[in-house]
Design a protein around this ligand. Structure first.
Ligand code: PEP
Length: 251
């Protein structure tokens, strides 16, 4: 059985004080971690505040990016080794904003996945198509290719434990959600891709999130789909009440 995982992606929003206030507002109303994993991915500058305020609660913590080297002359980058030392659970890699604005390649994302595993951090690997690719009928091939490139060289055990977030770029921050059928179709393609690369068990184990304008009003319908195990949520994760409605979608 795959444990559902709802992760907020704050992007470049919130400061340390706002982070602490947010966590204090939600931490006593989160679901048990074996029922639904509730995760906040915060900017690097907020991670200390996130960890301190989330301590002892059911809230899991995530970075929004990390570099593929542990240390060295890489000005402005975030070390996966230090994220682990701090106590961070997850790290998002390959978000479409990182691919688009910071020119991250599939190869970078694969190196980052390996670096995170080397440090005992679970990657949340993002993939997704543009509107042009969807309209040209290229979605399934494109997403499957991104997944293959990201997972290159990882073991079946590693892939069993990680999270893949399917995020159609045209649905991120636009208010346009993929229909639950569209989301399910691509999440199923991702699971089949993992099965082809590894085996049935690995495909059964890997958790796949949908992301793109997920909100309290549509989370239940999306989560009812057989290959959707969670949500990666931007805008609707910034407000404590809305985040609580998302992570408690089963109630
Ligand atoms: C995201 O940040 O990954 C995202 C899906 O954003 P939003 O929920 O705002 O569309």
């Amino acid at each position: 059985m795959r444990t559902p995982i709802i992760a907020g992606n704050w992007k470049m929003n919130q400061n340390p004080e706002e982070t602490t206030a947010f966590v204090n507002a939600v931490k006593d109303q989160l679901p048990a971690s074996d029922k639904v994993e509730a995760v906040i991915a915060a900017p690097a500058v907020d991670l200390s505040a996130l960890l301190a305020s989330a301590k002892g609660s059911n809230l899991k913590t995530s970075a929004e990016n990390a570099y593929f080297e542990d240390a060295g002359a890489f000005t402005g980058e975030t070390s996966p080794k230090v994220l682990k030392e701090m106590g961070i659970d997850y790290t998002i890699i390959g978000h479409s904003e990182r691919r688009q604005y910071f020119h991250e390649t599939d190869e970078d994302i694969n190196k980052k996945a390996k670096a995170l595993f080397n440090n005992g951090i679970t990657p949340i690997i993002c993939c997704g198509e543009t509107l042009e690719q969807r309209e040209a009928g290229e979605t399934n091939n494109w997403v499957s290719g991104q997944v293959k490139a990201a997972l290159e060289g990882l073991s079946a055990d590693q892939v069993s434990s990680l999270v893949i977030a399917y995020e159609p770029i045209w649905a991120i921050g636009t208010g346009k959600t993929a229909s639950s059928e569209q989301a399910q179709e691509v999440c199923q393609v991702i699971r089949e891709t993992v099965k082809g690369l590894y085996n049935e068990q690995t495909a059964e184990n890997v958790r796949i999130q949908y992301g793109g304008s997920v909100k309290p009003a549509n989370v239940k319908e999306l989560m009812a789909k057989p290959d959707i195990d969670g949500g990666l949520v931007g805008g609707a994760s910034l407000d404590p009440e809305s985040f609580l409605a998302l992570v408690n979608y089963q109630d």
